[in-house]
Ligand binder design. Structure first.
Ligand code: MN
Ligand code: MN
Length: 297
């Protein structure tokens, strides 16, 4: 645990998130948004811990822009901007939902309120299941539904999902208590009352990560694998990040080869079960003995 580097990652992530919250995104492409948010992270001497997620409407998570993605944000869109920043692998993970049609404001308020309540109660020894109960209770009071199969998570150096889940609903059975000096992301996802309250994997896959560095004896593919390892280790990456060295068509071919050989895995987009709107809010925090440091505040 390197608290200073967590704090620095958190400060950068918070500033980049607030800047993204204030920006008017209608008319911009997802490519422009992703590239400018990531450039902002780098300009502050942080590194993106994963490709900025720009998931629209019923897509809850895991969409990042394709190379030259021409998808344009419209007036009625609900856009989740999920940002990860790392300093030497110490990760801050935070998200904001932006929308311009007032009919979605209550949904966003519900997610922010649920996150606020969860952060307020999180301490060393707080039970994760109690946080889930508070999140669900807050969202329900607003008349909406939590996404039950998405959750917060513990973080470790170079690992975004480090094994422990902080639920967004009240789960019975075994749980765990938050540890001092361990980092956790808490991230309520909210959908409307007529949503399923669950996500499933969609067809689109534009975020990848290394599973194995074992060479496959294909010169081009093995070179790409080593480039990815050198740049991103086991952290997620996007094709956009490799078009400085590769032509897009060749890059797609090599990624298919490496995925088939199980050197790479992909993260499919996650879509609301009944295609209803999803919103999200997220902070990263580190409990101490008697207080909590919300590093992305
Ligand atoms: Mn996130
Ligand atoms: Mn997260």
């Amino acid at each position: 645990m390197d608290f200073e580097r967590y704090l620095k990652a958190g400060r950068i992530a918070a500033e980049v998130r607030e800047s993204a919250r204030k920006t008017y995104h209608v008319g911009s492409t997802l490519f422009e948004i992703c590239e400018s948010v990531e450039a902002h992270i780098r300009s502050m001497n942080g590194q993106p811990a994963f490709p900025v997620n720009t998931s629209l409407n019923e897509i809850a998570a895991h969409y990042t822009a394709e190379p030259n993605d021409a998808t344009v944000v419209k007036e009625d869109d609900v856009l989740k901007i999920d940002i990860g920043v790392h300093i030497d692998g110490y990760i801050a993970d935070t998200a904001v939902t932006v929308c311009y049609n007032p009919k979605y404001e209550a949904l966003v308020k519900a997610a922010e309120a649920a996150l606020g309540e969860a952060v307020r109660m999180a301490r060393t020894n707080t039970k994760a299941s109690d946080i889930g109960r508070t999140i669900e209770g807050t969202i329900t009071k607003f008349g909406f539904r939590p996404i039950q199969n998405l959750s917060g998570h513990s973080l470790q150096q170079y690992t975004i999902h480090a094994g422990k889940s902080i639920p967004n609903i009240w789960t019975i059975g075994s749980s765990f208590r938050l540890l001092a000096n361990e980092a956790y992301a808490i991230e309520p996802f909210v959908t409307t009352r007529d949503g399923q309250g669950a996500v499933h994997e969609g067809q689109t896959k534009n975020i990848f990560g290394i599973t194995s560095r074992k060479p496959i004896k294909d010169k081009e593919a093995d070179e790409l694998l080593e480039l990815i390892w050198g740049r991103y280790r086991s952290l997620p990456f996007a094709m956009r990040w490799l078009t400085d060295k590769y032509e897009e068509k060749e890059l797609r071919r090599l990624i298919v080869v490496l995925t088939k050989k199980k050197n790479l895995h992909s993260y499919p987009i996650l879509v609301e079960g009944y295609d209803k709107i999803v919103v999200q809010a997220e902070h990263t925090l580190i409990p101490a003995e008697s207080t909590v440091n919300v590093i992305t505040l």
